[in-house]
Design a protein around this ligand. Structure first.
Ligand code: NDP
Length: 314
């Protein structure tokens, strides 16, 4: 297999990866960044980002990521297409396989691989994938203009997606398994007061049906209780917004992770237990998961990488 030596390898192209790249580039580490499965990361699947400092009018996710990429490239980061498919972090230089065809031997590695949307685990989600089932309202919402859709979840993502879809669809059901929303108060208010959104509290989805794509969902209210009710709703689209799984699989044999798979770092730093290997952004953050906190940890990771290299005289 072809090999290449790099001083600083950054895996992932969300706010953490690009910020690490900006700092590593400015510190002359000649970083190489692999974009991964979803170039630009999760923010490319959101619409308006209103809470990233510096944008008083807001900015779209894809525009923000494009700006970050350009800024990283301006300071010499080589941004490449490619997915890290295997890792050997047992000894330095660390070996990361890209697309199963090339090995990067890296003196420092910044893991900023983010997290991926979760599904309920219903067979029907697979059956109707691309035919009415989606985990990205901003990617697929366009297809549901003037139609009826459902969003599953009660967090900020679910509320955001429901509001976005309500701007396109004729009606949006928000399916929430508990009797309350977990989302921030401002998002809750927007959802509850939206004339096109109907929140179905204490509801679970048992399955989907339809001949040529989703035509409806089998619902259960207060599952397992004495007053449990089962009925169907007619929908054209079914959107999942129930959280994410960290993309840490290939690193798990070497770094510490929690039970969900989030990489555990040392104290408040992005240092993993492998010297010279750092984790930044959502792959190591089960709690804040914000673009700005990811960017902050990317900055820390690059600073740590620079310190590590200079201490080792590399
Ligand atoms: P969360 O983990 O906050 O919420 C997940 C939601 O999905 C919960 O309501 C949960 O229900 C529900 N859920 C999980 N599994 C299932 C299941 N099997 N069946 C039915 N429902 C299920 O994830 P989010 O993606 O919403 O948010 C992640 C983080 O990102 C949060 O910290 C959030 O605040 C932040 N965020 C911030 C935004 C912003 O500030 N603009 C926008 C989007 C996200 P239950 O409550 O019962 O566990």
């Amino acid at each position: 297999m072809k090999t290449e030596k790099v001083r600083c390898l950054i895996i992932g192209s969300g706010p953490a990866g690009y910020t690490a790249a900006i700092y590593a580039g400015r510190a002359n580490l000649s970083p190489v960044l692999y974009e991964g499965l979803q170039p630009g990361g999760q923010l490319t699947t959101t619409t308006e980002v209103e809470n990233f400092p510096g944008y008083p009018e807001g900015i779209t996710g894809p525009e923000l990521m494009e700006d970050l990429r350009k800024q990283a490239e301006r300071f010499g980061t080589e941004v490449r297409f490619g997915i890290a498919t295997a890792a050997d972090l047992s000894a330095s230089p660390y070996k990361i396989t890209i697309d199963e065809e090339k090995v990067i031997e890296a003196q420092t590695v910044i893991i900023s691989t983010g997290a991926t949307a979760k599904y309920l685990g219903l067979d029907d989600e697979k059956k109707y994938a691309g035919m009415g089932v989606s985990a990205c309202a901003t990617c697929d919402g366009f297809f549901y203009r003037k139609k009826v859709v459902a969003v599953v979840g009660g967090g900020d993502t679910a509320c955001e997606e429901a509001i976005y879809l309500a701007g396109l669809a004729s009606k949006v059901f928000l399916i929430v398994r508990k009797s309350f929303l977990r989302a921030s108060k401002i998002m809750q208010d927007r959802v509850i007061n939206h004339e096109k959104i109907e929140v179905l509290f204490e509801h679970n989805t048992l399955g989907l049906f339809g001949d040529n794509g989703v035509e409806g969902a089998h619902m259960v209210k207060r599952m397992g209780e004495a007053d449990e009710e089962r009925y169907d709703i007619a929908i054209d689209g079914f959107f999942l917004a129930i959280g994410h799984k960290p993309n840490s699989e290939i690193f798990k044999p070497y770094v510490e992770t929690d039970e969900v798979g989030y990489i555990i770092t040392e104290g408040n730093s992005p240092r993993t237990k492998v010297p010279g290997v750092f984790a930044a952004g959502d792959v190591a953050d089960s709690h804040y998961r914000q673009a700005i906190t990811a960017a902050g940890s990317g900055c820390k990771a690059a600073m740590e990488a620079e310190r590590y290299l200079s201490e080792k005289g590399l």
